[in-house]
Design a binder for this molecule. Structure first.
Ligand SMILES: [Zn+2]
Length: 451
């Protein structure tokens, strides 16, 4: 909820939408402090900038309406956790990327005049189509639950939906290959309501390098990448620099005229994963006026967890392959061998909530209270810390931050205030450029930037 007054007004108009009653404190929590944290959390605007439930919706027919007994998010657990607004990920896996040769053909310059047709050899780029299906998936959920969930495309719409007691659903593209290198496609996604785009996923794309492959492709952004950032600024779409290479990160920061976000990234100082941001990156985002939203994935929070898990998995894979080579599919021997492996290689225990809290506290210390938020990656990661099992557990983060001495003001900014400020700043920047000509694809798209 946004304010005491607003929640009182809502309570009077629709008592069923009131905040859920405070449950008993979790083990080890002080009862009075828990009640205070619960009240603050449910009064504050809470925004999560990265939730991957869309993949379950699209691929498994998941319905966000009822409480599910697996995964991390549905409307019931979102409400229990005081989660008011979510950027649902329009996630396009790297495997949907296809042939992009036409984009970089030097002539004709207009890529749309020479775009591969479905029948052309090697032309199967399914990225934009996948993104469109993702959008349809979340929009159909909002249609199915009109009294509980509203699609939003602006900060004002987000606030209005929350004040009406509804889940505010926004969309962010994850994987910049979704636009297939076409600035017109970027504009169309904006038209459909997409309000941020992660410049890359785990793959280098037509205009930007990812942090995942060992070898760079462009060395950061190329010419087209600079145009993509400029067009996102002009349109009012937030540039998201999670997943990108360090060079892409700093190229994007140099190119943007509006605040950027990391929609779901943790800290490299505490867990040396290339997906995480360095202290220099935190400072650069603070200078830019943007925000880093902390990712809840165990593997990005705890280096020991990541190492332990991958070492066990590697050994397990080797022994499993040996068993499968030795025993026939479906045989009792294979079943027994796999059961024995399950017993010998149990799941690695997730780190405690304190590990996540340490990332948040350090981010607040380095970037300052105006530049940190939450981007859980719920339903997109295999493991979240103990005590942060799903969206219903979010009030525990507020408790832990208050217990660590953070002020109510800082907690409110972190929970959603900072995201709202960034969104409004990006909207204001776009409004100031109304009437400006759009960016165009051209023969220089594949050119590297001078270094
Ligand atoms: Zn991601």
């Amino acid at each position: 909820m946004l304010s005491v007054l607003a929640s009182l007004a809502i309570a009077a108009a629709a008592p069923s939408q009131a905040s859920p009653p405070c449950p008993p404190p979790p083990a080890g929590y002080d009862a009075a402090q828990w009640a205070k944290a619960w009240a603050l959390h449910h009064d504050a605007l809470v925004v999560d900038t990265h939730v991957d439930t869309t993949t379950r919706i699209l691929d498994r027919g998941f319905d966000v309406g009822p409480r599910a007994n697996d995964g991390h998010f549905d409307l019931v657990r979102g409400r229990e956790g005081g989660l008011d607004a979510v950027f649902h990920s329009i996630y396009v896996d790297a495997r949907f990327a296809g042939d992009e040769s036409a984009l970089f053909a030097k002539a004709p310059v207009d890529i749309n005049a020479d775009w591969p047709r479905p029948a052309d050899a090697g032309a199967a780029n399914g990225s934009a189509r996948r993104a469109l299906m993702m959008i349809d998936g979340i929009v159909q959920q909002a249609r199915r639950h009109p009294t509980r969930m509203t699609m939003c495309a602006t900060a004002d719409e987000l606030v209005a939906a929350v004040q009406a007691g509804r889940h505010a659903a926004l969309m962010g593209i994850e994987g910049g290959h979704a636009i297939e290198g076409d600035l017109g496609m970027l504009r169309l996604f904006h038209q459909l309501g997409v309000r941020y785009m992660t410049l890359t996923h785990t793959n280098h794309n037509e205009y930007a390098d990812s942090c995942a492959p060992a070898e760079p492709r462009w060395g950061g952004l190329n010419r087209l990448g600079v145009k993509v950032v400029a067009e996102m600024n002009r349109l009012g779409m937030v540039v998201d620099v999670s997943h990108v290479s360090d060079a892409t990160f700093f190229d994007a920061l140099a190119a943007t005229k509006a605040p950027v976000i990391c929609s779901h990234s943790s800290l490299r100082a505490l867990c040396p994963h290339p997906r995480n941001v360095t202290d220099d990156m935190l400072r650069a985002i603070a200078k830019n006026g943007g925000a880093v939203m902390i990712n809840f994935n165990c593997g990005f929070l705890d280096a020991d967890y990541a190492k332990n898990r991958s070492a066990r998995q590697a050994t397990r894979r080797i022994q499993e392959k040996a068993a499968r080579d030795k025993f026939a599919d479906g045989s009792a021997e294979l079943r027994d061998a796999l059961a024995a492996l399950d017993a010998r290689f149990p799941l690695v225990e997730p780190p405690p909530l304190a590990t996540l809290v340490a990332h948040v506290l350090r981010a607040l210390e380095i970037a300052g209270p105006d530049h940190v938020g939450i981007g859980s990656d719920f339903d997109g990661v295999p493991c979240v810390p103990r005590g942060m099992d799903d969206a219903a557990h979010l009030p525990r983060l507020t408790y832990e931050l208050l217990a660590a001495g953070q002020s109510e003001t800082t907690v409110r900014k972190l929970l959603g205030g900072n995201l709202l400020r960034v969104l409004r700043a990006v909207e204001a920047h776009a409004a100031s450029r109304r009437g400006e000509e759009p960016q165009r694809n051209g023969a220089d798209d594949g050119d590297r930037l001078p270094r």
